[in-house]
Design a protein around this ligand. Structure first.
Ligand code: GLU
Length: 418
């Protein structure tokens, strides 16, 4: 993280930017800028050596006007209350952008999972699931994976909830593995929507994706899948980074082999096809056609934004640009596909997983990918229409215009209680 912007303030300023184009009352907007509730809890678990350790954890339920709260749980040493509040708000507008019937939530535990054994992580996850039990449910709040969590943690959450409730309710959490009621295509979905959105943007800008060079910052689940899929679409991935540094090859490299290297050694650095080692910042400012930031918030601040040379940015991460960086890129005519559209594939396939869980009827991977394609393309078309109708320069602002209209519409139709 280079920038120090408070993500919750970033979210609020993104809403304010869009408000200028919207016919929504200020008092309604005020409501849409704050979470409905935030759980802050302390989890105490036993370490393998018998000692006890306390961990702080959060769950923010931002808005439920369009459906149950929905969003991931991250494990990271820098998780904090404002970050979780922001991430839960981004989920509200993300679900509205792709028009799936959810509100937004997000959770996190302040922990570096690599410092703990699998058994300790299981106890920690189950302790959190027990705390969450009264708040979650398939019609209430549905957690999912986020940074440093995945199928394993979701399976534990499902099992804890179902055991305590004495029921079967696989739709209480999404991102599970197939045997626990997961969906085909869920693991790849975030990376997939990132590249579908990029493909649509290139088409809109009349640029050829097959001639494009690509840099990917972050080589976790979203980043590496995006690299693999954009390579399959014919673009050339020339650079990538992870938390240890970056790699570069002007002629491109094989993203799958780079991932295998990372699996074996812990990092992409040192991968044999790399001609040059780059820093994380070099990767973000490389002269490429498409940049995919796929790590954490605030990766690009105002200083770095001045040096960004890509024509299109597709945000696989949540909140990778500070608001100042965002303004600079818009001014420079860089087409930034906002996180709430670009990475919305993850929650969209979570929605499909939840639908399948509720129907006890499971889809093929082909059907999942077709439905995902439709949702992302429709969302991109709505974005372009809003950009053109309102003459909006920053695509993020247009996405918020679409999303806020949908959320405010749901609130206004329902009225408020009490
Ligand atoms: N954590 C992902 C996101 O930020 C997925 C959330 C979900 O599937 O509910 O969109």
């Amino acid at each position: 993280m280079t920038g120090q912007a408070n993500p919750f303030e970033s979210l609020q300023s993104q809403i304010d930017e869009a408000a200028a184009y919207l016919d929504v009352d200020d008092d309604v907007l005020e409501r849409l800028k704050h979470p409905e509730r935030v759980l802050e809890t302390n989890l105490t678990i036993e370490r393998d050596d018998g000692s006890l350790e306390r961990f702080k954890a959060f769950r923010s339920q931002f808005n439920g006007d369009r459906g149950p709260y929905k969003g991931g749980i991250r494990y990271h040493p820098e998780v904090n209350r404002d970050e979780v509040k922001a991430l839960s708000g981004w989920m509200v507008y993300k679900c509205a952008t792709v028009d799936i019937p959810y509100g937004g939530g997000k959770g996190g535990i302040v922990v570096n999972p690599s410092d703990y054994s699998e058994a300790e992580l299981e106890r920690l996850t189950r302790a959190f699931a027990k705390e969450l039990r009264p708040l979650v449910g398939e019609d209430r709040d549905i957690p999912a994976p986020d940074v440093n969590t995945g199928q394993r943690e979701m399976n534990w959450i499902k099992d804890t909830y179902e055991t305590l409730e004495n029921t079967t309710e696989p739709g209480v959490v999404t991102g599970k593995n197939l045997a626990s009621g997961g969906s085909e295509g869920r693991v790849e979905a975030t990376g997939r929507s990132t590249v579908i959105a990029a493909r649509e943007a290139f088409d809109y800008l009349e640029k050829d994706l097959e001639d494009a060079t690509v840099a990917v910052q972050g080589y976790g689940n979203a980043g590496w899948i995006a690299a693999k899929l954009i390579d399959e679409m014919g673009a050339t991935v020339v650079a990538a980074s992870d938390s240890s540094g970056g790699i570069y090859n002007a002629d491109g490299f094989d993203p799958v082999a780079a991932k295998e290297h990372k699996n074996e050694t812990g990092s992409i650095v040192g991968y044999e096809e790399s001609e040059e080692e780059l820093t994380n910042e070099d990767v973000l400012t490389l002269d490429v056609d498409l940049l995919i930031p796929a790590a954490l918030e605030n990766a690009i601040d105002a200083d770095l934004a001045e040096d960004v040379s890509a024509d299109v940015v597709s945000e696989a991460a949540n909140g990778p640009l500070t608001p100042e960086a965002d303004a600079i890129l818009a001014e420079d005519d860089v087409f930034v596909i906002p996180d709430i559209l670009a990475n919305a594939g993850g929650v969209t396939v979570s929605y499909f997983e939840w639908v399948q869980n509720r129907q006890r009827f499971y889809w093929s991977e082909e059907k999942v990918n077709e439905e995902l394609e439709d949702h992302i393309v429709d969302a991109f078309d709505a974005l372009v229409e809003t950009i053109e109708e309102n003459d909006i320069q920053n695509p993020r602002t247009a996405a918020y215009v679409v999303a806020i209209e949908r959320v405010a519409g749901a609130f206004e139709e329902a009225g408020s209680f009490p």
